[in-house]
Structures are given as structure tokens and as C-alpha cells.
Design a protein around this ligand. Structure first.
Ligand SMILES: [Cu+2]
Length: 235
């Protein structure tokens, strides 16, 4: 074997080894790559079982896109710690004898600022397994509370006003980032989901609706799940 030939062989072997290492790390990255779960939540109305306040949450009766539905993933593969975002404060106003918005979804450690835009005196009574609160809200008043314990979709906090029993709201607290409240177009998109098996759940507290399905998220996959609920999904 000539010296030159030896060198060439060595270079080829090195190139193969490098390519192999590159491929291995690329495969490893693909395995860890998070997925996305997205879709639209719609409501199929049943004329025999009308939803009195449905028009507040469904702007297009024909297509039924459902607003203020809490969509969340439940599983043991939620990545926690690391890049936990800064704590946020969301506002729930009391206006025209209603809570606005009626449903909020937050991360444990976030706060809710209750405000009163009415001339009337209101009250905020929060009750549930994970927190409780009872404060009087004079006209123009405000009160901020932090929620450190998570109850997920199954243990929301119920919010009421002791003076006006028709006023109601819900606070959902999560210990992971994979949740969302649907806007008027009913769409949701949960990003950065670690590959694995989950329970995809939706809850619409004002409509008393509950729905869930087992899903598997593969690495780098965008899983599309359209969710259709009806009076049959009342809990
Ligand atoms: Cu009130």
C-alpha cells in the first residue's frame, strides 16, 4: 500500500464517520422535536335542546365556531421548568352586571386583576379546591389575586358575585403551557408539545360542555383535530 493510498483511505473513513455522526444527531433532534396540536372547536345545535346563551359564544350559527372553550392537553410528558414564562396578570372586569371575560385560562403563578366598571357595588367570590377569595368591589374598585395552584381543566375556580347571582365566571389554572382559550373563530393551536400520548380535553363551562379524546403526538408532527360538540356533550 502506498502512502498516498493510505492517506486517501483514512480520509474516506473519517468522512464516513463524520457523516454517520451528523445523521445520528439529526435523528436524535428529530426524535426530540416537539409537535403541534391544532384544530377548530364547533358546536352542533339541536333545535330540541336550545342553548339559551349560545349566541354569546357562537357568532356564526351555521358553522358553529365556539368561543371561550378551554382546550388543553393532559399527560405526563409535559416539559416543565426551564423556560417558564414570566408571570402574567389578566383582567376580569365587572361590567353591565357581567364578568368580562367569563372564562380565563392562566398558568400557576399568574394573577387575575378584578375590576368593577359599574356604578353598582359588586363582589368577587372565588371558590374551588385550589383557592378561595371573597372581596367587596365598590364602583371603580379593583383587586388582584395570584393563583399558585393548578387545577387543570377538571378543577376550575368558580367566580361569582354574592349580590348578583346571575354573574358568573371561571378561572382555569394550569401547571404546563399546553392550553388555550378559543377565540371567536373557535380555532386552537398548541405548540411545543413533547412527543407522547395525551388526553386532548375541551371544557366550555358556560355551556356545561365537556369532550375528550386520546391523541398521540409524534416528533415534529402537526396533528389536526377538529372537535365538534353538541348538547350530547353536556356533563
Ligand atoms: Cu355583582
Amino acid at each position: 500500500m502506498t502512502r498516498r493510498y493510505k492517506l486517501r483511505t483514512l480520509l474516506i473513513l473519517m468522512a464516513i464517520a463524520l457523516a454517520g455522526a451528523g445523521l445520528r444527531s439529526a435523528l436524535l433532534m428529530a426524535e426530540e422535536q416537539p409537535g403541534v396540536v391544532e384544530g377548530t372547536v364547533t358546536y352542533r345545535a339541536d333545535p330540541k335542546r336550545p342553548w339559551r346563551y349560545g349566541r354569546y359564544y357562537i357568532k356564526q350559527a351555521k358553522t358553529g365556531e365556539l368561543a371561550e372553550a378551554v382546550v388543553a392537553l393532559r399527560g405526563d410528558k409535559h416539559a416543565d421548568g426551564g423556560d417558564k414564562p414570566k408571570a402574567k396578570t389578566v383582567t376580569i372586569d365587572q361590567k353591565n352586571f357581567q364578568f368580562l371575560p367569563e372564562t380565563v385560562a392562566i398558568r400557576a403563578g399568574d394573577s387575575v386583576k378584578f375590576t368593577n366598571s359599574d356604578q353598582a357595588t359588586h363582589n368577587v367570590q372565588v371558590s374551588g379546591d385550589i383557592a378561595s377569595l371573597n372581596v367587596t368591589m365598590p364602583a371603580g374598585g379593583s383587586h388582584t389575586a395570584r393563583f399558585d395552584r393548578a387545577g387543570g381543566v377538571r378543577q376550575p375556580l368558580k367566580v361569582g358575585c354574592v349580590f348578583h347571582s346571575a354573574m358568573q365566571a371561571w378561572i382555569f389554572v394550569f401547571d404546563h403551557p399546553h392550553f388555550q382559550l378559543t377565540p371567536q373563530d373557535g380555532r386552537f393551536r398548541l405548540e411545543g408539545v413533547p412527543p407522547g400520548e395525551y388526553e386532548l380535553e375541551i371544557v366550555h363551562p358556560a355551556g356545561d360542555l365537556r369532550w375528550r379524546k386520546r391523541v398521540a403526538v409524534a416528533a415534529g408532527q402537526t396533528l389536526h383535530v377538529d372537535i365538534s360538540v353538541s348538547p350530547d356533550d353536556k356533563k
